[in-house]
Design a protein around this ligand. Structure first.
Ligand SMILES: [Zn+2]
Ligand SMILES: [Zn+2]
Length: 722
């Protein structure tokens, strides 16, 4: 790292378009990546030294860097990643940098902790509790109070008493590391022949160079065991490893498995951590004491210096796309960062994204297949239930054949899962007297009834109101009726039809993450017979006694004008039916559908994922959709519809011409109003090798400026189309 001159470019962590020039205080030095605080419009702002200044600064107006933090400078590959993400997503680089620099606390040294040590002086009075404490500290080491209390089994007041009596002295010691070093050789797993072969393929990727493997294997095929060995290789090579999970806050079992394999839990990174845990983890990663991290998508921006491996588990998962602030997809950005860091990437999934499958097919990614289920366990037997031929009784949602299967399963003492990807009681409430449909006042969306809580709620903005006794429109009493099912309504039917079954209902609004983790543990212990859940239950949980899965509305995801609808439906159906029969028992799954001949349903029933990918790739190719073409969405929003539509039309007319480029819209977005703002969409489609980000940037610069309450949001590679 070469030293810079006395004027440098500093990227501040606010929403600005590029670095500003600052003076380095006399006698100090900085390098690219140094973390600093600089004055910016009268306030001290965190920033990072980006390099040489641009040559158009005015000397006399330059301000001094105020603080140079005494922490390792950020790595060059991380700075390059920030620049790349900014260019690609069109988010200002300062805003992307904010994902890296969390807080100033992380830049201060770890605070020492209080500890106690034996003085050698005996207390006048010796109780059994006091003796236990003195035995514990007999080793002469300094013990933290919590550890001393825990180990000796005494109350804290005993320690205080011994200190007053002169038998213990208080001192400050450096804080213990946030995590222990994971040991790559603690408890290596025995791999099956197929897993070993997969590992061999991954090892063909040079560990000191960039390379991507798609670990493509059936649910229950043991992908985790394989990528754990890749993590071990990385640690042995002296590099840091990052494992990303889509729902880390709910997957405590993953951390336990890690601990079993590596002798200690990994550092974690997700929204459920306390600020103190976050700052200490950030610091540990930056100073190199933390070697392995398991985290949510935002962990991609952590200050690793020796990153050697990034694993994305369930790489197809929609949770990897961030859709506020910086619109990035963690899968794509992981590949970008790994390229700069000369690291390896493992994308792991039972249902890879069509993009990743295509990259594997074309040889861009190494395709590592795991085709047999662990312990020679067969895949569940899947049946499509044609709702036109054997529909549920009126007012019910469970078809007779599925109900019979549930009875049989419960009789055998096994568990059944009913899956419906819809929270609440009913998606629509209307008045049977006047026909009024209850809508969100601020969104173009129905209010969803949540009966447990007695409210009608908007799933777009969170608005809620008490469910009225009297129709607010016509004044008729008790005239509101629910239309369609949510999982709470299914639970009601279950309670009536299977009164003996112990039932649990699971969705993201059913409690805190800690409470949800507790529910999952109870299910694993077999404390419930019937589980009713949304996609929350589809991911990564192992329920030994679960042998039947009923999908109540397999068509739910297919209804939208979303180019990824078939892919998303195939993925969620595969995930949820894969829950059946994981351990020692064969499983069965039933899909309630009105479209049993849809390619997704046929591929599901035949368990022919290759047929699904082949068909879907064909469809995408014909439509020049990703991965054969590229998409960008522009959402113009304003508090008045005419303003949004008017500006979108002007934008369209200002669009530069380009070969092979197609523009669609402007049209009202499928959800035409959210939080009181009207939304109008433009969609751009381009050939695959076209610089779509550059095009959109140029377009927005050449178009009329956004004024008033107008806003334009750009989403490159959108994955939701609402
Ligand atoms: Zn009414
Ligand atoms: Zn709303």
């Amino acid at each position: 790292m070469s030293e810079l001159g006395n004027i440098v470019a500093v990227m501040v962590s606010v929403s600005v378009d590029g670095p500003y020039s600052y003076r380095v205080p006399y006698g100090k030095t900085v390098v690219r990546g140094s973390i600093v605080a600089v004055p910016l419009v009268g306030r001290l702002t965190l920033g990072v030294v980006w390099g040489e200044p641009k040559d158009n600064y005015a000397h006399n107006r330059l301000k001094d860097i105020e603080i140079i933090y005494d922490v390792p400078p950020l790595s060059d590959e991380l700075l390059k990643t920030v620049d790349w993400v900014s260019r690609y997503t069109l988010a200002p680089p300062g805003l992307v940098l904010r994902s890296v620099l969390r807080s100033t606390e992380a830049l201060e040294p770890d605070r020492p902790v209080l500890a106690y040590r034996r003085t050698g002086h005996e207390p006048d009075r010796l109780t059994p509790a006091r003796s236990r404490v003195l035995d514990t500290v007999a080793d002469g080491e300094a013990w933290t109070k919590t550890l001393l209390v825990g180990t000796s089994g005494v109350s804290p007041s005993v320690i205080d008493g011994l200190e007053r009596a002169g038998a213990l002295e208080r001192l400050e010691i450096p804080a213990p590391p946030i995590v222990q070093d994971p040991d790559p050789d603690a408890a290596p797993l025995t791999l099956s022949a197929e897993q070993s072969a997969a590992m061999g393929q991954i090892r063909e990727l040079d560990p000191q160079q960039f390379g991507v493997a798609l670990l493509d294997g059936v649910t229950g095929g043991g992908k985790t065991a394989v990528f754990f060995e890749a993590v071990a290789d990385t640690l042995r090579a002296g590099r840091q490893a990052l494992v990303l999970l889509p729902e880390i806050a709910l997957t405590g079992t993953f951390l336990d498995r890690f601990a079993k394999r590596f002798g200690t839990r990994p550092a974690e990174w997700h929204s459920d951590m306390t600020p103190a845990q976050r700052t200490r983890t950030w610091r540990g990663i930056n100073d190199g004491t933390v070697r392995a991290v398991v985290g949510a998508r935002s962990a991609l921006f952590l200050p690793f210096h020796e990153l050697g491996l990034i694993v994305l588990d369930e790489e197809h998962d929609g949770a990897y796309k961030q859709s506020d602030g910086v619109n990035y997809h963690a899968r794509d950005m992981a590949v970008v960062r790994a390229r700069f860091a000369e690291a390896r990437v493992i994308l792991s999934s039972a249902t890879p994204s069509v993009e990743s499958r295509n990259n594997a097919n074309t040889g861009r990614y190494k395709h590592v297949l795991l085709t047999s289920r662990f312990a020679a366990q067969a895949l569940p037997d899947i049946t499509a239930l044609d709702m036109r031929e054997e529909p549920p009784e009126k007012g019910q949602w469970i078809a007779p054949r599925l109900a019979r299967e549930i009875f049989a399963t419960l009789d055998r003492g096994e568990q059944a899962l009913l899956f419906l990807n819809r929270r609440g009681y009913a998606p629509l409430t209307l008045c049977k007297s006047c026909g009024h449909q209850y809508q969100c006042p601020d969104c173009d969306a129905w209010l969803v009834e949540h009966r447990f809580r007695g409210v009608l709620m908007c799933h777009h903005c969170g608005y809620e109101q008490r469910r009225p006794k009297v129709c607010t429109e016509c004044g008729t009493e008790d005239s509101l009726i629910p239309i369609g099912p949510g999982i709470e309504r299914v639970a009601e039917e279950v309670a009536l039809r299977f009164p003996e079954a112990r039932t649990v209902i699971l969705s993201s609004d059913m409690g805190s993450n800690a409470q949800l983790r507790e529910r999952f543990a109870e299910i694993e212990r077999g404390e419930y017979d019937l589980i009713i859940g949304t996609q929350l239950v589809a991911k990564g949980h192992h329920f030994e006694k679960l042998t039947l899965v009923g999908v109540l509305d397999a068509d739910l995801g297919l209804a939208h004008g979303d180019p990824r609808a078939a892919e998303k439906t195939f993925q969620i159906l595969t995930q949820v039916t894969g829950r059946a029969g994981r351990a020692s028992k064969a499983g069965r799954a039933f899909l309630q559908t009105y479209h049993p001949t849809h390619p997704v349903m046929e591929a599901m029933v035949k368990q022919d994922r290759e047929a699904f990918y082949a068909h879907e790739l064909e469809v995408r190719k014909d439509g020049q959709l990703p991965p054969f073409g590229r998409l960008a969405a522009l959402i113009v929003s304003a508090s008045e519809h005419d303003d949004a539509m008017g500006f979108a039309r002007k934008l369209l007319s200002a669009a530069p011409q380009a070969e092979g480029l197609r523009l669609f819209g402007p049209a009202d977005a499928p959800v035409a109003m959210v939080r009181g703002r009207h939304r109008v969409r433009l969609l751009v489609q381009s050939p695959r090798d076209f610089d779509l980000s550059g095009y959109v940037r140029f377009w927005l610069i050449s178009a009329e400026r956004v004024t008033g309450n107008l806003r334009v949001q750009v989403d490159i590679d959108p994955i939701s189309f609402y």
